[in-house]
Design a protein around this ligand. Sequence first.
Ligand code: F6R
Length: 614
Amino acid sequence: MCGIVAYIGKKEAYPIIVKGLKRLEYRGYDSAGVALLNNGDLNIYKKQGKVANLEEHAADKNRSGHAGIGHTRWATHGAPNDVNAHPHYSEDCNIALIHNGIIENYDAIKQRLVGNGYIFKSETDTEVLTYLVDDIHKNAGVSVAEAVRLALQQVVGAYAIVVISKDNPDQLIAARKSSPLVLGIGKDNDFFLASDATPIVEYTKKVVYMEDEEIAIVDLNEGLKLYSIDEVEKTPYVQELELQLEALEKGGYEHFMLKEIHEQPRSIKDCFRGRLNAEEGWVSLGGIKDYEEKMIKANRIIMIASGTSWHAGLVGEYLFEDLARINVEVEYASEFRYRNPIITENDIVIAISQSGETADTLAALELAKSKGATILGICNVVGSSISRITDAGSYTHAGPEIGVASTKAFTAQVTVLTLMALSLAKRKGTISETKFRTMLSELEAIPQKVQQILDKNEEIKIISEKYQDASNALYLGRGSSFPVALEGALKLKEISYIHAEGYPAAEMKHGPIALIDEEMPVFVIATSGTSYEKVVSNIQEVKARKGKLIAIVTEGDDQVDNIADHTIEIPDTDEHLVPLLATIPFQLLSYHIAVMRECNVDQPRNLAKSVTVE
Ligand code: F6R
């Protein structure tokens, strides 16, 4: 994880870097630091904690300079403290370096450098890389840029780095492998570097997404030069950013998470815009159209993902199997890649990822690709690593998701999976024309139904008050509502730190029922449909043990209402689409409970949004 930002040009670097670091804090907030070049001095300030701590620390110091690098850290090697914070720098303070990723062979390199007389201040792998560059620069008598290139040839692992040095005050050196790095070309002969485009967008829309094992040298006199790690000069592919600045701001909401929950009527609509027409009766995902025949004929489809995206995959499994009768397996990326999985050329692997940068998902995809499978992606971040290595895919178009807890990305992923399932079912002939058209109309109506649920915010807040002091919670659902239960539990635990578990409702009696007493809130999805009566029985079992029951029900339900402590009604819809609605009250409940417990909703402890380490 970690976020990196750098600037070189005519403007003051510090405000640009600090603002950029705040945008990247979702990537980690264990410490923050900057290095600024000013009249031959390299001033380095770093501080444990958030960017605000760094600002306070640097407030009375010299923050001038037209070139600088900045970092916000999610600790991997070494505790989150001032010393381990980036930038790291050479003993003579000539070279400073920021890094996102992990240098796996750092220990062997460190032993060698210790032998050469280097004394390490920190416990980080990044300081090892910094000293390695310094060592090569001095002993081989090469430029810092060349030393970076040679050092990276010795490195095993993942990196996005930016290097600044007093030797070349008009130059920044950047490189990446497996960790993202975007380069912005300013209007004023200036350059920006960042882990994603958000720190760059207000200055320029011209960007280059750097590829693996590329090194960029941005020089105020010579402009941008791009090389492969083995020194072949490359032509930069300059793209126009579509990102809008407003999408990165809170827009009057107290937290990004709340804003993103409320954006869902729009984000779901954006997701199916131009891809579905209920009146004319068609659905079409341009990105995967050429692969649909292959998907229908595939041995099986394997969906790989992590966290919330994995939950979306589980919903996808129900949709693909029931509507298109295609065999689907859903795998945790982190488990799949280390299991020596049996993959053939007849398999299709779909990676689901909001960020498109999750290290485990990327590695699992690479493994599947190496075994000949067709690899597809469902990503939110345009130009992300996963979207670039896949054969084809569909973007979710949810817009930037900044709150660390995923909300609108989840509903957009489920929307794309629904569109895919419908399109495949139609092509394969496993869905009747009437059912197909009904589902298209129902899907088109989802944004307005989501809005109806959001309008119950106050009612949900009142229910949340009752459970803000809970220590544990159970979430139950059957069929495609089971992944919604898992997602509800994940939302609660990650932002409110209340221990929560999601279970298939009928599994409760095989163990978790032992936990139920009058203190235990049990959240159940009990909407109308095939398993309604069964869920009602499970609800009775909870009440018989005096559990507190909060049920999501279909509008007009009175059976559950008579038993449950609280019911939250959601509009009626096709059973396949219930996850898109039932998840909304759970998002709001978690949000309110976390706010009442005074937790940091947008940046929960120990978490980062983009998990670029394994
Ligand atoms: C939970 C959450 C995480 C992510 C997971 C995968 O709210 O956000 O569980 O879903 O880290 O991230 P992506 O989707 O970016 O691959």
